[in-house]
Design a protein around this ligand. Structure first.
Ligand code: ADP
Length: 162
């Protein structure tokens, strides 16, 4: 049985993330989507909110995907979960340098865990959580970029500020 971990901030979940989760669920026996709590970025959505949204979207769709929260070193978490694979999404060349560095550092820390990179469908290759937040903050439409539950919550969050 192969267990893969897909770690990230998911602040918020986009169709790009979902695309990678769908591909991972087809490829691996078990997939753990792991929400990072010790991210240096200040999040817009709380960890609880992100967990709730992910479960709402993923539970009815995939039988072999679970959502979890983790802090500390990713490789320690992976060992604890007996995972053999770390999944990361690659959009454009700009993602490559950072991801390459992380993957090799993780390999140095734990040589028996492989990082697997996946490419999303082309129409998601320019999509990022950061861009989604910026568009929503400026009152633009994020329909077709994020699930409806995320779209609604973004509207609420930014309505308060205006
Ligand atoms: P992080 O804060 O670790 O970058 P993100 O939530 O932004 O976490 O992304 C988690 C993972 O999903 C990363 O591997 C990132 O490259 C990937 N990812 C994010 N958006 C997309 C997308 N549109 N298509 C494919 N992969 C994506």
């Amino acid at each position: 049985m192969t267990t893969a971990i897909y770690p990230g901030s998911f602040d918020p979940l986009t169709f790009g993330h979902l695309d990678i989760i769908e591909r991972s669920a087809r490829l691996f026996d078990n997939v753990i989507v792991a929400i990072l709590t010790n991210s240096q970025k200040v999040p817009l959505f709380t960890v609880e909110e992100r967990t709730y949204i992910m479960r709402e979207i993923l539970q009815p769709r995939f039988r072999n995907v679970v959502v979890d929260v983790f802090g500390g070193l990713l490789v320690d978490y992976a060992k604890q979960k007996k995972a053999q694979v770390i999944v990361r999404g690659i959009r454009a060349v700009t993602d490559y340098e950072y991801e390459f560095q992380m993957a090799l550092m993780n390999r140095r820390l734990t040589p028996d865990i492989e990082t697997v990179f996946m490419m999303p469908a082309e129409n998601y290759s320019y999509l990022s959580s950061r861009l989604v937040k910026e568009i929503a903050e400026l009152g633009g439409s994020v329909a077709g970029l994020v699930p409806e539950i995320v779209e609604k919550r973004l509207k609420q969050l930014f309505k308060k500020e205006n």
